[in-house]
Design a protein around this ligand. Structure first.
Ligand code: DX5
Ligand code: ZN
Length: 213
């Protein structure tokens, strides 16, 4: 099953409630929140208070992708804000500590490998994770082109999960469009994060359908 997770980073920030209701009506499966602190990468986005303020706009699960230098300091607030899924970068924490801490908060725990990081750094933590996110652009901004090398990393993750007999979903994040879609699916992705492909499409339902078909 393919799930589409529109990334709020590409939404119109002047009307976030309406945007969230619109993507739910359009067939989105998960709401993807890119939390950035201005340190891990140069962008600074939103945090738990903004997410909590939008929790009642939809029934869909909230997935927080933490691009912050100290995720351990905020996971509790992110869970309390209403996120059911929280993913952390292998570059920013000790996953042996942080993934169980997320699970203890009642959330699914995701492990992320950045585009610039060798995939080998992620592999030891796969058994601890409920899902895995492979960045396919440099973190920071929506609307970038997918980096083809990252697809190779995704295939290595897919093969490793098979070898471990650990059937967890792989999220692809960055540069997902109708044109690149097949490459992501072939590499093993089943949750597609999509920023511009949804929010800059002009027709959310059509864009989401196109990605699902
Ligand atoms: C980048 C974010 C992505 C981004 C994806 O740091 O993690 O979620 O919003 O946007 P698109 O789909 O436009 O590449
Ligand atoms: Zn993201």
């Amino acid at each position: 099953m393919i799930q589409i997770a529109p990334s709020i980073l590409a939404a119109d920030f002047a009307k976030l409630g309406d945007e969230i209701r619109a993507i739910e009506a359009a067939g989105a499966d998960i709401i993807h929140w890119d939390i950035m602190d201005g340190h891990y990468n140069p962008n600074l986005t939103f945090g738990p208070p903004v997410i909590a303020g939008l929790r009642n706009a939809t029934q869909l699960p909230f997935d927080a992708h933490l691009m912050v230098t100290n995720p351990d300091a905020i996971i509790e607030d992110v869970a309390k804000a209403g996120c059911q899924m929280i993913s952390v970068h292998v570059e920013t924490c000790d996953p042996k500590v942080t993934l169980p801490a997320i699970q203890k908060l009642g959330c699914k725990a995701g492990i992320v490998v950045d585009a610039k990081t060798p995939v080998e750094e992620l592999l030891p933590y796969l058994p601890l994770a409920d899902y895995v996110l492979v960045m396919t652009v440099q973190t920071g901004y929506a609307g970038q082109k997918m980096i083809p090398d990252c697809l190779e990393k995704m295939k290595i993750v897919r093969d490793k999960l098979k070898e471990l007999n650990h059937a967890i979903p792989i999220q692809a994040d960055g540069g997902v469009t109708p044109d690149t879609l097949k490459l992501f699916l072939d590499a093993g992705a089943s949750i597609l994060v999509a920023g511009n492909a949804v929010f800059k499409s002009g027709d959310y339902a059509k864009a989401i359908q196109q990605l699902k078909s």
